[in-house]
Write a protein that binds this ligand. Structure first.
Ligand code: NAD
Ligand code: LMR
Length: 338
């Protein structure tokens, strides 16, 4: 507690509450895992987003410090911190968007699936809270392994009777951000000029960049195709190895998470033509979840786009991706149903 917390309560927080209640323009956003490597820069960037009126920062450690720090930024959003399980419900009540980067990251030599045993339980608990306190919120799930944590979240919401497939989105934006960067390097373009659809899931061979659909239309040699596909699929491992035991991507992930959250908020506001890739409930393949481009609107992922024409290299990649994805999805479903 800061020494002047009572004064602050009477002088400032009530007005901030009034401002939020008056419907100061913008959305209410919670970050769960806000004190972590992704959570902190993500909190900072969301505090800078003019679409956010209220920002709730929840973690099981260190949120008072992060909240005090972020709260001093002279941008519009009212920031509140919440520490530990007993404060989860207050953190979630009334939220429009919940972003979840809670959970352990990889160390060198681990796969994302090696995180399942710890992160599955964390995601279950947080989603139970969402089902109870903000059932209509859009959920952006970052915690790995995304290919399993999204099915876990869906099962938790089904069990609670609150599941709306449109509102649950696994965040695969970092794959797109990496793909745009690496493809732009090869083409000699600015990354902003490049749009690479990345479909499938978010782990190794399940990450499938569709280089035949790159905008602006471009052709790649077999060598370039192989180099780019592998580099995009192994982007997370490249960072894990470079960090040498100090975690996985945090800064580029916070950037990607904010890019995706901003798209979700523009969709919620009713903007037309907001389209991004995400791992969602899908009928595009025989699998119940799959990442493709989706159109974001007031109800979340309102339209899930088809894959479009694939070349032979991508068709082979798709079959490989589906095989691994099927197992990861089943593992997530069984974790809740067992
Ligand atoms: P980190 O360890 O730095 O931070 C995680 C935070 O979660 C910590 O502050 C921790 O206290 C908190 N936490 C743990 N249990 C919690 C609980 N029950 N409730 C709330 N908070 C809890 O890790 P990080 O680098 O920020 O990565 C977080 C997760 O994001 C990892 O699983 C990582 O693999 C994943 N990730 C996903 C992507 C993606 O593209 N989807 C990219 C990068 C990282
Ligand atoms: C990433 O793609 O950077 C994340 O999924 C983290 C990781 O473990 O690779």
């Amino acid at each position: 507690q800061p020494p002047n917390s009572q004064t602050e309560e009477s002088c400032v927080l009530k007005r901030a509450d009034c401002r939020a209640k008056r419907g100061a323009p913008g959305f209410k956003v919670a970050i769960l895992g806000a004190a972590g490597g992704i959570g902190q820069p993500l909190a900072m960037l969301m505090k800078m987003n003019p679409l956010v009126s209220v920002l709730h920062l929840y973690d099981v450690v260190n949120t008072p410090g992060v909240t005090a720090d972020i709260g001093h930024m002279d941008t519009g959003a009212v920031v509140r911190g919440f520490l530990g399980q007993p404060q989860l419900e207050n953190a979630l009540t009334g939220m429009d968007l919940v972003i979840i980067p809670a959970g352990v990251p990889r160390k060198p030599g681990m796969t994302r699936d090696d995180l399942f045993n710890i992160n599955a339980g964390i995601v279950r608990t947080l989603c139970e809270g969402i089902a109870k306190c903000c059932r209509n919120a859009i959920v952006n799930l970052i915690s790995n392994p995304v290919n399993s944590t999204v099915p876990i979240a869906a099962e938790v919401f089904k069990k609670a009777g609150t599941y709306d497939p449109k509102r649950l989105l696994g965040v695969t934006m970092l794959d797109v951000v990496r793909a745009n960067t690496f493809v732009a390097e090869v083409l000699g373009l600015h990354p902003k000029e490049v749009d690479v659809p990345v479909v499938g899931g978010h782990a190794g061979v399940t990450i499938l960049p569709l280089l035949s659909q790159v905008k602006p239309p471009s052709s790649f040699t077999p060598e370039e195709t192989e180099y780019l596909t592998k580099r995009i699929q192994d982007g997370g491992t490249e960072v894990v190895q470079a960090k040498a035991g100090a975690g996985s991507a945090t800064l580029s992930m916070a950037y990607a998470a904010v890019k995706f959250a901003d798209a979700c908020l523009r969709g919620l506001r009713g903007d037309a033509g907001v389209v991004e890739c995400a791992f969602v409930a899908s009928e595009v393949t025989e699998l119940p979840f799959f990442a493709t481009k989706v159109r974001l609107g007031r109800r979340g992922a309102e339209e899930v786009y088809q894959l479009g024409p694939l070349n032979e290299y991508e068709r082979v990649g798709l079959e490989r991706a589906k095989k691994e994805l099927a197992e990861s999805i089943q593992k997530g479903v069984s974790f809740i149903r067992k």
